[in-house]
Write a protein that binds this ligand. Structure first.
Ligand code: PEP
Length: 252
């Protein structure tokens, strides 16, 4: 039985006060949610300590993720935040390789491998994002692109570490565009991702959670989450509204 996970990526949105309010609303709305669904929020760096404390004091089951971490351990890297710092700030997870990081900040698989290894060494679970661009899907290269993103990063991990990885399939053309992959497209790709993972980690492939991301919202979450290889979602825009995010969580 694989874990069911719904994670909210807040991106560069909310002040600390707005973020705290959002989490308070979520704590209230998700009280009745089945214990077998893991709910994660990924606020901006500045909010992590405050939100972790709030969650702790409210006895909430929500966990905290960061949206990124440095590929360096420590030192003279102005503006960077290390995996160790995130661990100290109360994070259990860190999103790595989000397409916005790959696209706007030039993050390449080599850097993402370092980030993943550092996160794992600090006891964080990486939520490793993969997905093709529109032109790559149109050229029928989507499977090849995703396989490469897996092979260049996840294939280099030890099995013991791979056990703690969550994969998020996020077709770039569906992120923030309102265009969602159909549940058939998501299922086809998730099943493929599982087969690629099995190429290196045959014993683990069946237990690694694979989340779908890309304009997932209350109206389409049920259909997506009903598919065999879709173990939940990484939610951007809709995670900023407590009601919508809760509805998505309840779509399982
Ligand atoms: C994301 O940024 O991970 C994402 C899936 O965004 P959205 O849900 O807004 O498409």
């Amino acid at each position: 039985m694989r874990r069911k996970i719904v994670a909210g990526n807040w991106k560069m949105n909310t002040t600390i006060q707005e973020g705290e309010l959002l989490v308070k609303q979520l704590n209230f709305l998700t009280k009745e949610i089945s214990a077998d669904i893991d709910v994660i929020v990924a606020p901006p760096f500045t909010h992590l300590t405050a939100i972790s404390s709030l969650i702790k004091s409210d006895n909430s089951n929500i966990s905290v993720a960061a949206q990124n971490c440095s590929d360096k351990e420590s030192g003279a890297f102005t503006g960077e935040v290390s995996a160790k710092m995130l661990q100290g700030a109360g994070c259990r997870y860190v999103i790595i390789g989000h397409s916005e990081r790959r696209e706007y900040f030039g993050e390449i698989n080599e850097t993402l491998l370092k980030k993943t290894e550092l996160a794992l060494s600090e006891g964080l679970s990486p939520i490793y994002c993969i997905g093709e661009r529109l032109e790559e899907r149109e050229q029928n290269r989507h499977f090849e692109v995703v396989a490469e993103q897996i092979k260049e990063v996840l294939y280099k991990l030890r099995g013991l570490d791979m056990e703690r990885v969550i994969v998020a399939y996020e077709p770039v053309w569906a992120i923030g565009t309102g265009k969602t992959a159909t549940s058939d497209q998501a299922e086809e790709m998730h099943a493929y991702i599982r087969r690629v993972i099995a190429g290196k980690f045959p014993k683990l492939a069946d237990s690694i959670p694979i989340l779908y991301g890309g304009s997932c919202k209350p109206s389409n979450a049920k259909d997506l989450f009903s598919r065999e290889n879709v173990d939940g979602g990484l939610i951007g825009g809709a995670s900023l509204n407590a009601q919508d995010f809760t509805e998505i969580i309840k779509s399982f």
